[in-house]
Design a protein around this ligand. Structure first.
Ligand code: SF4
Ligand code: FES
Length: 248
């Protein structure tokens, strides 16, 4: 395949960025999107040019690092896949592909296609933990009965990889889907009840402090989420928050 790539280039966080056009040839259907960018970077390096910086680690849909806005969609045109799992067979010979970083005030660009998502880490730190008695009286987790339906919903929420596609998809740059997944995975389990009130209050407060927008129920986040995190988690987080504030 021959393609035209239009890629956001930005030297550093303070520089003014711009779209740069790169023609590329010899791209195979079976290549992943990141492998296609590897081909481009090898060509740029061979010419003595600065390679395009992009984030990646596992390249198998686990770490959430590979966050690219591709033709206006977080993680590109496929569904339930991350950018590293997106294959070039989703494009056709002669296509122009526009590649940008995830756009949100709370995700400032570091360089080219890499954004700083440490705002997500700070939301996690505000409440993404449970207290366990390690004094010798620790209760074996397997001896605590958990309703199967709740266990399944908790596990589904825990599959959120913190990629930020939900924020990039939202016209308000809301982080409600991410935060609600992190609240839900504990709210559904007995182990999460000890800090339930502080958790939801602290995580929502941190989310607001980071500058994420409000949720207006457009549902774009759920559509673009590579892990299929459900909007039901947002409804659950709202119930948890109301209940926490009522308890004062
Ligand atoms: S909710 Fe989905 S889109 Fe948002 S950070 Fe988690 S995995 Fe990514
Ligand atoms: S590189 Fe880890 S999810 Fe894509």
């Amino acid at each position: 395949m021959k393609l035209t790539l239009k890629i956001w280039r930005q030297e550093n966080a303070n520089a003014k960025g711009k779209m740069v056009t790169y023609p590329i040839d010899g791209i195979e259907d079976d290549m992943s999107f990141l492998e296609m960018l590897d081909v481009l970077n090898e060509e740029l390096i061979a010419k003595g040019d600065d390679p395009v910086e992009f984030d990646h680690d596992c390249r198998e849909g686990i770490c959430g690092a590979c966050s690219l806005q591709i033709n206006g969609e977080p993680h590109g045109p496929d569904r339930l896949v991350t950018t590293c799992q997106l294959h070039m067979r989703k494009f056709k010979d002669g296509d122009t592909i526009v590649i940008e970083p995830f756009r949100a005030t709370a995700f400032p660009v570091i360089k080219d296609l890499i954004v700083d998502r440490s705002s997500f880490d700070r939301i996690q730190h505000a409440g993404g933990y449970i207290s366990v008695n390690t004094s010798g009286n620790t209760i074996d987790a397997n001896s605590i009965p958990v309703n199967k339906h709740d266990a399944d919903d908790s596990f589904a929420a825990a599959t959120c990889i913190g990629c930020g596609a939900c924020v990039a998809a939202c016209k308000n740059a809301s982080a409600m889907l991410f935060t609600s997944a992190k609240v839900s995975q504990y709210a559904l389990l007995p182990q999460g009840q000890v800090e339930a009130v502080e958790r939801v209050e602290n995580m929502v407060r941190q989310m607001d402090l980071e500058g994420f927008g409000n949720c207006t129920n457009t549902g774009a986040c759920e559509i673009e989420c590579p892990k299929g995190i459900s909007l039901e988690n947002i409804a659950r987080m709202n119930r948890e928050y109301l209940s926490a504030t009522a308890k004062g």
